[in-house]
Ligand binder design. Structure first.
Ligand SMILES: Cc1cc2nc3c(=O)[nH]c(=O)nc-3n(C[C@H](O)[C@H](O)[C@H](O)COP(=O)(O)OP(=O)(O)OC[C@H]3O[C@@H](n4cnc5c(N)ncnc54)[C@H](O)[C@@H]3O)c2cc1C
Length: 594
């Protein structure tokens, strides 16, 4: 940089009109920046008028970090300073960080995944491309629109929402509503519980940023039209009342339509029925996306940054198997469109592969039990709070051994399947009375009929009845002697009123003594595959050496770093809360590089 000493006036178009600055150059360096005029609102300009000049002098560069909440006025000052510096000399070395490959990025191994495409049916150039329009893609789109970023959203399906449509609520602490309700939770309470539950493997700094922004994220959503019901609770088993319910019970009513409309109103384009296939990687950075529409038309999107928000891997059986699950009888009931496209695309450009420790939203089900509810996870017998999630039943593995506190569900419903991941197979053993009592408790009046029908139809050969416990073992070729010993010992624990083996709650310790007896094969219903793409706290996708891959961001369920292996769900609504948080903040971080 070679600048001539002197005082230079610069001008730019700021948030509410022109921004004028004076830049003083002494000894070839930026010595002082004064903001002479800004038409921004007072609250915003007060922050930026002080902070941005200080950062410019410190960095000796007009391109510095945007002041949080003041994107447009920050940019106005930076542009005016740039205008002044251009008069002072050659500033070609200045500007946003150039895309030189960090020393340790293994660029020699990365060939442009899009290189094989030699012709396109359409080419679109934008500053920002957002892949996916679920909770996080919509958050990104609204932030981009609000900041006047020239952005487009690519969506595989015919409408916005994804799995987000089924979301019921969003995490926050210290939101306005919680304060009204007298709910006070401190960040360290959340951090302690989450870190303990996750064996200190989650990224605490990302958690803390998220927790501290959560109330602001809810306010921002409200400003943009999101409709909350006002009910805040612990979603049945959470440790704290962090769950902000959407009006109408689902984001399909409270979040998706409002955020879609807001993004469109602010000039963000949406292109539907179009699936991103590969990222474009040139000059050590991601410069766009190749997508195909439903008619096979190939579209090239050029962009300064790409946000991958494709909702995780849950629709891809191979990737779920790669997580370590036996998928033989697994149902994948999340949106099939969230099929790991983001994970696979980012891997092609060298992203850190975290699929071996990615988490999942998964629950128990029995093939032979009913699937009467509109969605299986809602079924009172076979859903997320159903009969084989825990309670009085006894779980055994392929050896006929107990392996877990069957009532772990009552502590945290997300844990119901985790202990089964390591088994070849898992079974629930129970009596007729246990089933009938449970059915009555959840309001299923014809429990006997439901059970008899399930035994008779026996879908998948997964449910058997016997007058004796010994008779159950034959159904699945379990070692009979060991199964009988397991139940005998369990019954003894029930009589002593304390589960000294697994600490199951005393009120659900019911001995299995009176038949008929039943055994059911417990399989998994998998909704969302959470994570897999390594990211940092700016939601930049990182490589194996933790270097950010320039131009590439991952948000929502694609890049979540909050959970390792287990979706802890101590604090309900964190997946949605994090999706909102990562979407909007990824955009703010990307903007700094434009
Ligand atoms: C039934 C259900 C209920 C849930 N309830 C809650 C809840 O109450 N609270 C909570 O915190 N979490 C909940 N979750 C978790 C929920 O998935 C997340 O909170 C949220 O949806 C994640 O947002 P996302 O943006 O990562 O993904 P999604 O919202 O799933 O959006 C991903 C989008 O990307 C699109 N897409 C995928 N691949 C491509 C491609 N190649 N090109 C273009 N588009 C693509 C998909 O079609 C989809 O529209 C629930 C999940 C399910 C399934």
């Amino acid at each position: 940089m070679s600048l001539t000493d002197g005082s230079y006036a610069g001008v730019s178009q700021g948030f509410g009109g022109e921004t004028k600055v004076t830049v003083l150059i002494e000894n070839g360096k930026i010595a002082q920046v004064t903001v002479d005029e800004t038409n921004d609102t007072e609250a915003v300009s007060q922050q930026t008028v002080k902070k941005v000049p200080e950062m410019i002098v410190a960095a000796q560069n007009y391109a510095v970090d945007i002041v949080s909440g003041a994107t447009k006025s920050s940019k106005g000052i930076m542009d005016a300073v740039k205008n002044a510096l251009e008069q002072a000399g050659d500033i070609s070395e200045l500007g946003p960080q150039k895309a030189a490959a960090p020393a340790s990025v293994k660029t020699e191994n990365i060939t442009d995944p899009a290189a094989s495409y030699d012709k396109f049916d359409q080419e679109i150039t934008k500053d920002l491309v957002i892949i996916g329009s679920g909770i996080s893609g919509l958050s990104a789109a609204v932030q981009a629109g609000q900041d006047d970023v020239d952005a487009i959203v690519i969506e595989k399906l015919a409408a916005t929402g994804g799995n987000g449509g089924g979301v019921e609520g969003q995490f926050a602490i210290n939101s306005e509503r919680q304060q009204e309700l007298g709910i006070h939770i401190t960040p360290n309470e959340i951090m302690t519980a989450e870190h303990q539950m996750g064996q200190y493997r989650a990224n605490g700094s990302i958690w803390l940023d998220f927790i501290n922004s959560s109330a602001d994220n809810v306010s921002w959503c409200k400003e943009n039209g999101v409709d909350y019901s006002g009910q805040v609770d612990n979603y049945y088993t959470g440790l704290f009342n962090t769950f902000h319910w959407f009006n109408g019970g689902h984001a399909s009513q409270g979040y998706v339509p409002q955020m879609t409309a807001k993004a469109q109103e602010n000039g963000v384009d949406f292109i539907f029925n179009t699936a991103a296939k590969h990222l474009i990687y040139q000059d050590h950075k991601v410069t766009g996306v190749i997508a195909e529409d439903q008619d096979g038309k190939v579209i090239k999107f050029n962009a300064k940054a790409v946000i991958v928000a494709t909702g995780g891997i849950g629709g891809n059986r191979d990737l779920v198997h790669k997580q370590g699950w036996n998928t033989d009888h697994m149902l994948l009931t999340g949106m099939p469109s969230s099929a790991g496209d983001g994970y696979l695309m980012t891997k092609e450009v060298g992203s850190k592969d975290l699929i071996h420790e990615s988490a999942q939203l998964v629950m128990n089900y029995v093939q032979a039990f009913p699937t009467d509810a509109p969605l299986l996870y809602m079924d009172p017998i076979n859903g997320i709070k159903g009969f084989t999630t825990g309670g009085e039943v006894v779980f055994v593995n392929e050896e006929g051994d107990r392996f877990v506190n069957e009532n772990i569900y009552a502590f945290n419903m997300m844990l119901q399947s985790m202990a089964m991941k390591q088994n070849k197979a898992s079974y629930a053993v129970f009596t007729r009375q246990m089933f009938l009592d449970f059915a009555a408790k959840v309001g299923v009046e014809n429990g006997a009929e439901v059970l008899d029908h399930a035994v008779k139809e026996n879908e998948g050969q997964t449910l058997f009845e016997s007058e004796t416990l010994a008779g159950l073992a034959d159904s699945f070729n379990l070692p009979q002697e060991n199964l009988l010993a397991t139940i005998k010992h369990y019954n003894e624990l029930c009589h002593q009123g304390e589960d000294t083996d697994f600490n199951k709650d005393a009120e659900v310790l019911t001995a299995l003594e009176e038949g008929p007896f039943y055994i059911a094969q417990v399989d998994q219903n998998y909704l969302v595959g959470i994570g897999g793409i390594g990211t940092n706290k700016r939601f930049e996708v990182i490589d194996d050496e933790h270097n950010a891959i320039p131009g590439l961001y991952a948000t929502g369920m694609d890049g979540v770093m909050l959970y390792k292996n287990v979706y802890t769900m101590n604090m309900p609504g964190t997946a949605c809360g994090f999706s909102v948080h990562s979407g909007r903040h990824a955009v703010q971080n990307a903007e700094k590089t434009f």
